[in-house]
Design a protein around this ligand. Structure first.
Ligand SMILES: Cc1cc2nc3c(=O)[nH]c(=O)nc-3n(C[C@H](O)[C@H](O)[C@H](O)COP(=O)(O)OP(=O)(O)OC[C@H]3O[C@@H](n4cnc5c(N)ncnc54)[C@H](O)[C@@H]3O)c2cc1C
Length: 305
């Protein structure tokens, strides 16, 4: 059976949940499909979100967000969306693991998955010295020794940022793929650059203590920042014909109303580009939820409902 819904939100992270709060409070029916525990913030310690002073646990923030959105009337389905198609009448057919919906408006808030190094020790030490977000975690590495792994602008920029916090920053980057201007900034930054090698293992019992390099030498560090970029929303976006950013083709292109190139389809949060921060995701979600509800009302007026 296919159920009709006004606003269908794919993703149950900060962007999707905030979108749900705003859309449902504008008296539209709202379904959120996604798994809250898969939100990037779920395992994070957050200390830069306004009005929440001190360090907060990401999972507690998300659980509060879920309670809030559902209390206002949004329905949460903890499944993955498997397929999205545009129907001929401008609505969207969305199929999850166990359900089918016909949605007037769609909000894509699926976040991004950070690319992994795929070396021994990475998974075990994630969150215990292995980080994928310099802006989020730099403050935890004051006066520490850190390594940044990556060879594009995100890695170089991350390494330079870390010089304001850590006592020693080493960038491990085979074949640096950045502009001359960025190479110049790097040269003046105090970052030690290892052009010649790559990380083959991350070592530590309960926290990172070192990385093993390709030549089997060891570099002692307290933290490793993996900055290899993000896996984007390519599949879902391509299936729908949603336009990606022209520069990197990694993020969904939106305007200030979080509208995509397809009428009725909005994107919010990390999937709509940098900065990858909860405050931005929540802001995007607010706008997307608000605008999607307005779109639904406009459609209903046009259909004389
Ligand atoms: C280790 C770490 C620490 C961080 N620390 C901070 C911090 O201190 N401060 C800060 O502001 N930010 C921090 N961030 C960044 C922050 O987590 C993200 O910016 C934020 O979570 C983005 O929200 P989002 O809703 O766009 O995506 P996410 O929170 O990633 O949520 C994505 C949602 O989409 C769902 N989804 C994905 N694919 C599908 C599908 N096919 N079908 C259905 N659902 C799907 C997922 O299940 C999930 O519910 C950190 C991130 C990491 C990884």
């Amino acid at each position: 059976m296919t159920e009709a819904v006004d606003v269908l939100i794919i993703g149950a992270g900060p962007a999707g949940l905030q979108a749900a709060v705003h859309a449902v409070r504008k008296k539209t029916s709202v379904v959120v499909i996604g798994r809250p525990e898969r939100s990037a913030i779920y395992r994070a310690h957050v200390e830069n979100y306004l009005c929440v002073d001190g360090v907060s646990e990401g999972h507690a923030m998300i659980e509060t967000g879920v309670a809030q959105a559902t209390r206002f009337g949004a329905r949460l389905i903890e499944e993955d969306v498997l397929q999205v198609e545009a129907a001929e009448d401008g609505t969207f057919l969305v199929r999850s693991e166990g359900k089918k919906f016909l949605a007037t408006s769609l909000i894509i808030a699926i976040g991004t998955a950070k690319k992994k190094l795929r070396v021994a020790g990475e998974k075990e030490l994630a969150g215990r010295g292995v980080s994928y977000c310099v802006d989020c975690d730099c403050n935890f590495y004051r006066n520490a020794k850190v390594a940044v792994v990556g060879n594009e602008s995100a890695a170089v920029d991350g390494a330079i940022t870390l010089t304001n916090y850590a006592s020693e920053v080493t960038l491990i980057c085979k074949e640096l793929l950045v502009s001359e201007a960025m190479q110049q900034r790097l040269a003046e930054s105090g970052v030690t650059v290892r052009h010649d090698t790559w990380v083959k293992e991350i070592v530590g019992e309960n926290a990172v203590t070192a990385v093993v390099l390709e030549d089997d030498s060891t570099l002692e560090v307290d933290g490793v920042f993996v900055e290899l970029g993000s896996k984007g929303p390519m599949e879902l976006a391509t299936a729908l014909g949603v336009q990606l950013d022209m520069e990197t083709f990694s993020y969904i292109d939106t305007n200030k109303k979080m509208e995509t190139n397809i009428a009725g389809v909005y994107a919010a949060g990390d999937v709509a580009g940098q900065p990858f921060q909860m405050a931005k995701a929540v802001g995007d979600g607010c706008v997307a939820g608000w605008e999607a509800a307005n779109y639904v009302k406009k459609m209903k007026r046009q259909q004389g409902e």
